[in-house]
Design a protein around this ligand. Sequence first.
Ligand code: FMN
Length: 302
Amino acid sequence: MSRLAVELAGIRLQNPVLAASGTFGYGREYAGLVPPARLGAVITKGTSLEPWPGNPPPRTVETAAGMLNSIGLENPGLNHLVEEDLPWLAGQGATVIVNVVGRTIEEYVAVAEVLDRHRGVSGLELNISCPNVDKGGLAFGAAPETAYALVRAVRKRTRLPLLVKLSPNVTDLVRIAQRVREAGADGLSAVNTLVGMAIDLERRRPVLGNVTGGLSGPAIKPVALAAVWRLYQVGLPILGLGGIATWSDAAEFLLAGATAIAVGTATFARPRAMLEIVEGLEGYLACQGIANVSELVGRAHG
Ligand SMILES: Cc1cc2nc3c(=O)[nH]c(=O)nc-3n(C[C@H](O)[C@H](O)[C@H](O)COP(=O)(O)O)c2cc1C
């Protein structure tokens, strides 16, 4: 077995480096530079039952150490995913985790039920943490009981491994994660973006069409790392993400308690960042004489 092979929440991965939802599309545009089969897995853009149009432009703006986005979960919907994207990803030999979103519990359940029967899907990631939509996303993930109800309902209707993606913009992250665990989740993804904004001095108005957006990139790495550190006590496997740009960032997340990591914003600046991280981790393990990357997980806790 390769040094980098891991199992995350029941999903076998050839390496612990995944493409974060919404930052890699379905892999097509990057395929020439980043063959999807070389990643641990591709996490798709958030998929809803019907197509969603997303928020008004402008929808992205650069910040000092990252970016703000207010895409609002624009996506072509479940049918498009099933008919076009999943077959393409399967043809590429990619491991696929589908990120799921809905306005109601029923919508999440409906998407999960269809994907449960699909051979090209290794797991689901429930997005209960998007700050850019009024209904769905963080509306479910901000409180322990709504998070519990949603995960419980989905759990009853699918046998697929369930990761639940959490927001750092909450009062008690650990309590929410504990309820998500009690509802039957197999793992946690931490974190989604943090709420932020920017103001245009010429127009004297907010830059983003949606006023606020989600902050991602290097600026949020310490926040995300602390979230993973605290979530480690919950006892579920963790997919760590938020500001990871290099193999050493990735190694910090593993040591803090993540079983695998995902890369988002860094891919925009350096499309091959994920492959460089895979190589860097491999080199680190060889150098340290570590047989498998899972030996690092949580080690910083002593
Ligand atoms: C343009 C953009 C689109 C995103 N779309 C989604 C999405 O559809 N679903 C989701 O769960 N997270 C989405 N995210 C959040 C990322 O998956 C990730 O959690 C976040 O950006 C932090 O990681 P990073 O700092 O490495 O980018 C999006 C982020 C960006 C920048």
